[in-house]
Design a protein around this ligand. Structure first.
Ligand SMILES: C[S@@+](CC[C@H](N)C(=O)[O-])C[C@H]1O[C@@H](n2cnc3c(N)ncnc32)[C@H](O)[C@@H]1O
Length: 237
């Protein structure tokens, strides 16, 4: 597990995360909602399902999925204590904690129980390199039933590769009320030490390496993409 990707979600960043995520990712809630639509399309309506939520942060996946789908239960992990603490409070306040096992750990610490689906939203681009990303996706694949869907969300393409989008991202901060210097500082902090997968082809290569097939992009916002892919039938990962 990459410690930097966890330590950066310290108490200060955790406390401002829910507001900042909605500025940094225009369409944050829409992305989560569309992920829920894709999962329901893949899993079918109604019924009881077990979902693995990796990098749950402050709990948005469970707020969205749990509200729309009353029969779904969640095993949710995150190694950052400040984020898990906020998720616990938030899910408790909306009555979703009873359907959630919320655990402060990485996914590799979980038993290899086969879940019906998984999510990995906003995590992959924080990891330092392709090997770490592939290892995390492989750990998720080993905890899914064959054919199970994965919702993957995260930034892709280097931030320097698209100067117009990079400039537009800075304008997003300004238009949402940040002073110019704050917009620059926010961007510098978000980009610090983060080198997202270089392209969608790189995302697809990482998914394939971990045994996921048939990826489809359902969301895009500046550098961000949202995909659904499926655990392949090969059990020997
Ligand atoms: C940007 S937040 C995303 C939170 C949430 N999924 C959302 O959509 O708002 C990234 C989260 O990934 C967690 N994280 C970092 N490395 C991780 C790893 N190796 N395994 C699981 N979670 C990790 C961080 O602690 C942080 O809470």
């Amino acid at each position: 597990m990459s410690l930097d990707a966890v330590q950066k979600f310290d108490p200060a960043r955790a406390a401002e995360y829910d507001r900042q995520a909605r500025v940094a990712l225009a369409g944050y809630e829409a992305m989560h909602e569309l992920g829920a639509c894709c999962l329901a399309a893949a899993l079918g309506e109604g019924g009881e399902r077990s979902l693995l939520v990796v990098g749950v942060g402050t709990g948005q996946e469970i707020v969205t999925l749990g509200t729309f789908e009353p029969g779904w239960r969640f095993t949710a992990v995150d190694p950052a204590a400040p984020m898990i603490a906020l998720a616990r409070d938030r899910l408790g306040a909306v009555g979703l904690l009873e359907r959630t096992d919320l655990i402060e750990c990485g996914v590799e610490a979980l038993p290899e129980t086969p879940h019906d689906a998984a999510t990995l939203i906003g995590v992959l681009h924080h990891l330092p390199d392709a090997a770490t990303r592939a290892a995390l996706l492989g750990s998720i694949a080993r905890r899914l039933k064959p054919g199970a869907p994965l919702i993957l969300g995260g930034n892709y393409r280097s931030y320097d590769s698209e100067p117009l989008l990079r400039a537009a991202w800075r304008q997003r901060w300004r238009q949402q009320g940040a002073a110019a210097e704050t917009a620059d500082a926010q961007f510098a902090r978000i980009a610090q030490g983060v080198v997202p997968p270089a392209s969608e082809a790189e995302v697809f290569r990482l998914l394939a390496e971990a045994g996921f097939v048939e990826p489809v992009r359902f969301f895009n916002s500046l550098f961000w993409g949202g995909w659904i892919a499926f655990r392949g039938p090969d059990q020997s990962l």
